[in-house]
Every structure is written in structure tokens, then in C-alpha cells.
Design a protein around this ligand. Structure first.
Ligand SMILES: *[C@@H]1O[C@H](CO)[C@@H](O)[C@H](O)[C@H]1NC(C)=O
Ligand SMILES: *[C@@H]1O[C@H](CO)[C@@H](O)[C@H](O)[C@H]1NC(C)=O
Ligand SMILES: *[C@@H]1O[C@H](CO)[C@@H](O)[C@H](O)[C@H]1NC(C)=O
Length: 499
């Protein structure tokens, strides 16, 4: 029973004990005020306050537990002390202050101080380096500093800040700032440009920043398969061929090679463009061999289709093919005349109406503004056709590379312009008439067929009767038996007997 009472008293004793101990320091908790970040080599001030303590008071600034940094004896009655510190690399840590007054001691909370090394020597480094890369590859740009801590980074593309806002440059281009890097998983031509970064720290109102120089990112396009073509020109009495090799995509410099019958005939480095020309020997009417182009870059080698180097002189007799085009209201709108030429690799075309030449656009203004040439003169378009365009059209052709070569000319073709416009009502009437006639014709055909069938049935039964009689007659006369007419399939599938 006694034991139980003692047990009950225990918590009471513990609390009493604690109260008596606290009673030994009647100071209300001191307060330490100080910065959480400070630049290296800067000066900072810590202030320790102990309101309500009677002087004399001793203030001590402690770091990382019990390491005494400074002491101040406050003899005045403002109940606070300030400590001025010059920040060195070892200044980082947790600070608190201890106040002693009248034999009693109070401890403040802690202030964590981080030492910030001011930034300097910012520059952009790239992977790959130099930042010249093919579309689709990965680009990593890093914002590196020679010194600095607690940094944040800002990127610039062509001097404009890169942010996540929709108006920021490169926003839709999947570009991620991660830490001090800017990562582009698959570069496109749009990523090419000048990049720079800025690294720095902002401490209250005191910011320190350092900007890098610009790095120019170049994005190279992959080459497209080269296209090969050639032209011919006449100089004096001889001819000159000119082979063109061209890629539509790619980034120069690239090297073009020309092969004639698989033998390399020449090469050309295209520094700015994606085209190269090669002179070749050509004689019209002769097959000079097969040419092919190859284009090479540091990453690719592509070959064109083979092309036969043969110039067929213009020959044969051209024909004019006329096609009328109608408007929705069935009015004739235009006509397309095509000159069909069977022979000639490089033809030059010319057109005439009623024997007078229609001017080629390259030779001057046409007298007919509604005449248009297309397909290098091969097609004559009569747009906005009028009755005036009626007449006999002819086309002629000669070798384009030789002004002295002979013309071949087509037969005249009459282009008849009808200006009779059918109104909708007329069209409906015509369609209705056609429909009526069709129905009538169909009806007549039906009747005819029915009559025919009836006649056929009668005829066939009569015929069968006649045949039977004939067969019986043949039997009796010991003639050979003529079988019923066999279906055609039966005859053809029956094996032939050779006897
Ligand atoms: C990038 O920088 C180069 C060289 O400093 C300059 O010639 C070029 O115009 C710049 N490009 C853009 C898009 O600002
Ligand atoms: C081939 O044609 C191109 C384009 O017309 C021209 O620039 C080039 O000088 C020509 N080359 C030769 C060898 O005639
Ligand atoms: C061309 O000749 C035909 C028939 O002689 C004539 O009807 C037509 O008006 C002439 N066309 C031109 C534009 O002279």
C-alpha cells in the first residue's frame, strides 16, 4: 500500500525537479538575428537580444555547438549586442548566442549561415564540341563557372531569355533547362542559333551575376539523293553538254562526283550551294554513255539515278491534241492544245493560228492576252476563250539548242469555239428528252425481246421434232448416229484419241 503511494508521487517529483532547475535561469530566451547567406569576404552582423535581463549581461556568439566566436559585455542598458563578422570559407555553420546575467544563463535558437562564393568566369560548353551537329542528334549545353556557389541559371537564345512561357523562344522545341544544362534531345534546324547563359546568386538586394559569351550552334541537314540532269548548247559547229547534279536538302560543304559509265570523270566541292556542274562531250543522235552523280558529306554518300547521255534530235511529225474545258453552266471556258512530239530531247515549240505565228512569251508580248504557254511551250492554253479564237492551230518544233535546225510542223487542227450557252432550263429539257428517249428505246427493246423469245420457243420445239424424225430415218438407213449437239466445253475437254 505504501509502495503504491510512492509510485503515484513519482511523476509529481519529476515535474517539481524540472521546475526548480528552470528556476535557476530566470532569463527569458535570448533571440539571435543574423543572415542565412553571406558572400565570401563580406561583412555580416549578428544581433543577440535578451529583453528584460538586468545588466551587466555577457553575450557570447557560439558556432556549431560550443565554439566561441565572440564575446560582448553589454554595459549599456539596450539589452542587445551586435557581432560583426568577416566571412571566410570556415564561417559556414550554425550560430547561437548565450546570454549570462546575474549568474543565470540563456541560449538562443540557431541561425544557419551559408557562405556563398560569388560567381565568376561563366561560359557555355557544349556536347558535341564544337556545337555543329546533324538534325536529330542530342545537344547538351552546360553553363560552367570557374568560381561560384548557390547559383541559379538563365539561358538566352539569340539574346532572348528561354523560359517555360509560351512566348519564349524555342518553347515548342522541347528544350529543357536541367541544373546548369540545357538539353535538346533531337535538334532540328530551328535550334540553330546563338546561345548564352547567365549564372548568379541573389541575396536579398545584393545580386551577383556573370554572363557567358555566345556559342553558335549549327545544325546540319542530312543530304537528299542528288538529282541528275543535263543540257546541251551549240558553240560554233560543236556541241557542249552540261550535267547538273543537285541535292535539294543538306548542309554544305559537300563534294559532288560525276561518273560516266562507272568511271569517275570529275569532282567538285560545293562550298555554299548544293549543286555542281560538269562539262561533258555530247553529239546529238549518239548515245554517249550513262552518267551518274554522287554526293558526299562527312556523314553520307548518296548516288543519283543513272541517266543516259543521249540527245535525240527533234523529228517525226507532231500532232495537236485539243481538249475543251467547260464551265459549270456548260459554256466553253478554255481549250488546252498539246503538241505531241514523238522525237526530240530538247524541243523548242512554237504555235500558229491561221498561219500566223503566235508569239512565244519569251519573245515578247503576245497579241492574244488570253494565250498562255505551259510545259515549256508544249501546251497552249486558250483561256477566256472567245469566238475570235476560232481557227486552225498548228504547232511546230525544232531543237532548242540549235537555232539553225529545221522545224517539224503539225497538221492544222480546227478549234471551234461555240458560244451557245445553254441555260439551266434548256439543260433540264435536254436531259428530260434524253430520258424519255431512253425509256422509249428500252420499252421497244423489251417488247422485241419478248417477241423473239416466244418465236424461239416455238422454233426450237419444231426443230427438235424435225430432228427426231431425221434421226429415226438415219437409223433405219444404217447410217452413223449423229449425237445431239454437244456443249462447247464438252468438246474441248474431251481427250483426243489418235486412231
Ligand atoms: C550569332 O552570332 C554570330 C556571330 O556573333 C552573328 O553573325 C549572327 O548574326 C548571330 N545570329 C543570330 C541569329 O543572332
Ligand atoms: C552549266 O550550266 C550552269 C547553269 O546554267 C552554268 O552556271 C555553268 O557555267 C555551265 N557550265 C558549263 C561547263 O557550261
Ligand atoms: C481563222 O480562219 C477561220 C476559217 O477561215 C476563220 O473562221 C477564223 O475567224 C480565223 N481566225 C482568226 C483569228 O483569224
Amino acid at each position: 500500500m505504501k509502495n503504491k503511494q510512492e509510485l503515484c508521487l513519482l511523476p509529481v517529483l519529476v515535474v517539481a525537479c524540472l521546475v526548480s532547475k528552470m528556476g535557476g535561469s530566470p532569463l527569458s530566451s535570448p533571440i539571435l538575428i543574423g543572415p542565412d547567406k553571406a558572400y565570401l569576404n563580406s561583412k555580416v552582423v549578428f544581433q543577440c537580444r535578451s529583453p528584460g535581463s538586468p545588466p551587466p549581461i555577457t553575450y557570447e556568439l557560439l558556432k556549431d555547438g560550443n565554439h566561441l566566436v565572440a564575446t560582448s559585455n553589454d554595459l549599456q542598458d539596450d539589452q542587445s549586442a551586435t557581432f560583426s563578422l568577416k566571412i571566410s570559407v570556415t564561417s559556414e555553420g550554425s550560430y547561437h548566442c548565450r546570454v549570462t546575467a546575474g549568474g543565470n544563463t540563456g541560449l538562443s535558437g540557431t541561425v544557419l549561415l551559408q557562405v556563398v562564393i560569388p560567381v565568376s568566369g561563366t561560359m557555355v560548353t557544349s556536347d558535341p564540341n564544337p556545337p555543329i551537329l546533324y538534325e536529330g542528334s542530342r545537344l547538351v549545353l552546360s553553363c560552367d563557372v570557374t568560381r561560384g556557389s548557390h547559383l541559379s541559371y538563365t539561358w538566352f537564345y539569340n539574346r532572348q531569355e528561354v523560359t517555360s512561357s509560351p512566348t519564349s523562344p524555342l518553347t515548342p522545341l522541347l528544350l529543357w533547362p536541367v541544373g546548369n544544362t540545357l538539353v535538346v534531345e533531337r535538334v532540328t534546324a530551328k535550334h540553330a542559333g546563338n546561345y548564352s547563359c547567365m549564372a548568379g546568386t541573389r541575396i536579398k538586394t545584393n545580386s551577383r551575376f556573370s554572363s557567358s559569351g555566345e556559342v553558335t550552334v549549327r545544325v546540319k541537314a542530312y543530304l537528299s539523293v542528288p538529282q541528275i540532269s543535263f543540257t546541251i548548247s551549240k558553240e560554233g559547229s560543236s556541241y557542249r553538254g552540261n550535267v547538273t547534279c543537285r541535292s535539294s536538302r543538306g548542309t554544305p560543304p559537300v563534294t559532288f562526283y560525276l561518273f560516266l559509265d562507272d568511271k569517275e570523270m570529275g569532282s567538285d566541292v560545293a562550298m555554299e550551294s548544293l549543286v555542281a556542274w560538269f562539262p561533258v562531250a555530247i553529239v546529238p543522235g549518239r548515245d554517249m554513255g550513262v552518267v551518274q552523280c554522287r554526293v558526299e558529306s562527312d556523314a553520307q554518300r548518296l548516288t543519283s539515278k543513272p541517266l543516259t547521255l543521249e540527245v535525240v534530235p527533234v523529228g517525226g511529225s507532231p500532232k495537236v491534241d485539243v481538249e475543251y474545258l467547260y464551265r459549270a453552266d456548260s459554256k466553253m471556258a478554255a481549250a488546252r492544245l498539246q503538241c505531241l512530239l514523238s522525237l526530240g530531247t530538247f524541243p523548242f515549240f512554237s504555235w500558229s493560228l491561221n498561219g500566223s505565228i503566235l508569239l512565244h512569251p519569251s519573245e515578247g508580248v503576245s497579241s492574244h492576252p488570253s494565250h498562255a504557254l505551259a510545259d515549256e511551250g508544249r501546251t497552249l492554253l486558250l483561256t477566256e476563250i472567245t469566238l475570235e479564237d476560232t481557227g486552225y492551230y498548228r504547232c511546230r518544233a525544232r531543237n532548242s539548242y540549235d537555232v539553225t535546225s529545221a522545224w517539224v510542223e503539225s497538221e492544222p487542227v480546227l478549234v471551234q469555239v461555240t458560244e451557245v450557252s445553254m441555260t439551266t432550263l434548256e439543260v433540264i429539257a435536254i436531259v428530260f428528252c434524253c430520258f424519255l428517249m431512253l425509256t422509249l428505246a428500252g420499252g421497244v427493246a423489251c417488247v422485241m425481246r419478248m417477241l423473239n423469245r416466244q418465236r424461239g420457243i416455238v422454233a426450237s420445239s419444231e426443230q427438235r421434232g424435225r430432228e427426231r424424225a431425221a434421226n429415226e430415218r438415219r437409223f433405219s438407213e444404217h447410217f452413223c448416229i449423229i449425237p445431239d449437239p454437244l456443249p462447247l466445253t464438252d468438246i474441248t475437254t474431251r481427250p483426243l484419241r489418235s486412231q
